[in-house]
Design a protein around this ligand. Sequence first.
Ligand SMILES: *Cc1c(COP(=O)(O)O)cnc(C)c1O
Length: 373
Amino acid sequence: MAVPLLDLKAQYASIKEEILKEISEISDSQYFILGPKVEKLEKEVAAYCASNFAVGVTSGSDALIIALMVEGIGPGDEVIIPPFTFFATAGAVVRVGATPVFADIDPVTYNIDPVKVAEKVTPRTKAIIPVHLFGQPADMDPIMEIAKKHNLVVIEDACQAIGSEYKGRRVGSIGDYGCFSFFPSKNLGCFGDGGMVTCNDPEKAKLLKIFRNHGQSGTYMHEYVGGNFRLDALQAGILSVKLPYLDGWSEARQHNAAEYDELFAAAGLDGKVSLPKKAAYPVRHIYNQYCIEVAGGRRDALVAHLREIGIGCAIYYPLSLHLQKCFADLGGKPGDYPVSEAASGRIMALPIYPESTAEQRRSVVDAIAAFLK
Ligand SMILES: *Cc1c(COP(=O)(O)O)cnc(C)c1O
């Protein structure tokens, strides 16, 4: 049975009428950049993320960049990030001219290890960017403590984690900023690129709005050099239609994850496959990805086999960021971040999207079990 890694058409089919009505209304208005649709979405996302403010931007990557810009982080400054994340977390730091400093991850959650973060703080450190990878929150309490002690900014990379919770608190509301992506494959995706920055401080919210519009504080009056980071009305309108469905979709992902857990347990793959683990602290994990680890150096062969028989899978992420060619000047070497490097050699993501069926999951697990027997 063919199983795609993600099937956006299934989700679209379930809300097509509402979406087309919204697109038609915006087309009639010919109001495309910022404006009432973006403001409406900002209020909705702020409420959903339990934050005082939300500012719509062009992408999750730009959400990270604009938060760093507002804080005036640049050349000579260090920003502590995990080496096991999507490229944009590190790319944003370099784009503003600052230096990414990696702190290895925790093997249970794949999120930045607060003990390692503390070891990396120097007088040049300005910020920490914890990533809530795959939809499971990083251990925020100790991170916030380190930040408070050293007067650091905390920018949550919540691009994979909208609606996820750490000890009952929504991600994006805990640090100084929360950065969200509406890339189509995230739990809440638009029809192109889009993003959002949440924050609780009104001054920071005001600056985010100024920076996303070329640093303009009055018409053609530029107080800062920002950029064009404006969210558009079509994406905002589509996201407002989708947001009321998000909890249902995330709950379906949780259900699918629990089903995988049971199927794998029944398949008797102990020692060959290890399943995603919940953090030791209370979380609401929204499973943007369901990632297993494959032992014995067989991951790549398994991925190739599954793809050959029509089962979608992906490797997030195959190379720890400190070993990427573009960061060679940072001096990273193999062995520097052993937890991250080990994960990148063993991890793979399976289809977990809300509309996928129990039958599909059974065929995924059967195929894996047959291959690894
Ligand atoms: C998707 C993602 C981003 C970037 O978001 P875009 O909207 O694609 O720019 C940043 N960080 C993480 C962890 C992501 O998963």
